[in-house]
Each structure stands twice: as C-alpha cells, then as structure tokens.
Design a protein around this ligand. Structure first.
Ligand SMILES: Nc1c(C(=O)O)ncn1[C@@H]1O[C@H](COP(=O)(O)O)[C@@H](O)[C@H]1O
Length: 177
C-alpha cells in the first residue's frame, strides 16, 4: 500500500496481559496490509521509556498510535501528551468494574490533549480508525476502505433478509411482517 516499509502504526499496551484484547487492532491492520509495531509501554511501570517512545514516534515514521490499557489507564493520555501524532485509546476491561475504570481514565482528557477513545475492548475499531487516518493520504487505501464498507453493507443486508425470512417468510423490506 506504501513505499514506506517501516511501521506506520504503533500499537502500545500497558502489559502483555492486554494482548488478548489488543490483537484485534493488529488483525484489522493486517487486513489492510498497514505495517505496525507492537510494544508494552507502561506509564506507571516504565515512565521514562514510555515518554521516550512517545517523543520519538513521529520521527520514526509512525502516523498514529493505538494505546490500550486497563484499570487506571493513563498510558493513552500520557502518550498523547508527548506526541504530535493522533492517539487512539482502547479501554481494556479487567476482572473488576467491567472496563468502566479504563474507559473513564482514557476518555475524559483535558482540552488540548485529545485521545480518540473507542468502546471498551473496541480494539478492532481502533485498528480500523487508524487505517482511515492513513487512508486520508492514500487513495489506494481509501478505495480499499470503501470496498470494506460496501461489504459490511452487503453482510448487513443479508442478515436482514435472513431474519425476515425466518420471522415471517416475508421478502418485504423494513419493519412490517
Ligand atoms: N493501565 C496500565 C498502565 C498505564 O496506564 O501506564 N500500565 C499498566 N496498566 C494496566 O495494568 C493492567 C494489569 O497489568 P498486569 O497484567 O501486568 O498486572 C493491564 O491492563 C495494563 O494495561
């Protein structure tokens, strides 16, 4: 999709225990052949390394950062504070509080330091959003995203057709039986 062979998206997470959620972001990027890198970077446990990563990310050619963390999820916001790149935050649900702690830690950023927060465990959408960000400057990738959206439409239309057939054997469109 691009002549740049280095990673365009950095996927960062507070711990390797977040990978089961975060790998959906990597899968989305794989589907669009967008090169990425994966790192464990904790604002709490390795703050100096995290700051260094954030400060240098754009100089290394990254175009966006996806950052996932659970609990007191400060990683996405702290990365956003030191990088000029767009940061997409993924609230990772832990054993307690159903991810509400992660969500609220990530989403309520002070003005001036944006983090585009996806839903709890919404790593796939984070990956797709990163693809769209890069596609904004890549017509070929834009075309692939358009095809992907058309396929979603086809799938949803087919779901409706099957449901109508199951409920009433009707082929009419809409809510009527
Ligand atoms: N929220 C953060 C940060 C941070 O925001 O800097 N660093 C680690 N963590 C989170 O701690 C949880 C438990 O981590 P462990 O499984 O390593 O104990 C993970 O969900 C991680 O994202």
């Amino acid at each position: 999709m691009t002549s740049n062979t280095g990673p365009l998206v950095g996927i960062a997470m507070g711990s390797d225990s977040d990978w089961s959620v975060m790998e959906a972001a990597a899968q989305a990027l794989d589907e669009f052949e967008v090169p990425y890198e994966v790192n464990v970077l904790s604002a709490h446990r390795m703050p100096r390394e995290m700051i260094g990563y954030g400060e240098q990310a754009h100089q290394r050619g990254l175009k966006a950062i996806i950052a996932g963390a659970g609990g007191a999820a400060h990683l996405p916001g702290m990365l956003a504070s030191v990088t000029p790149l767009p940061v997409i935050g993924v609230p990772v649900p832990l054993r307690y509080l159903d991810g509400m702690d992660s969500l609220l830690s990530i989403v309520q950023m002070p003005a001036g330091v944006p983090v585009a927060t996806v839903s709890v465990a919404g790593a796939r959408n984070a990956g797709l959003l990163a693809v769209r960000m890069i596609a904004a400057f890549d017509p070929e990738l834009t075309e692939r995203m358009t095809e992907f959206q058309a396929e979603l439409n086809t799938q949803a239309t087919e779901k409706g057709r099957k449901l109508r057939a199951k409920v009433a054997g009707s082929s009419s469109f809409g809510f009527s039986k």
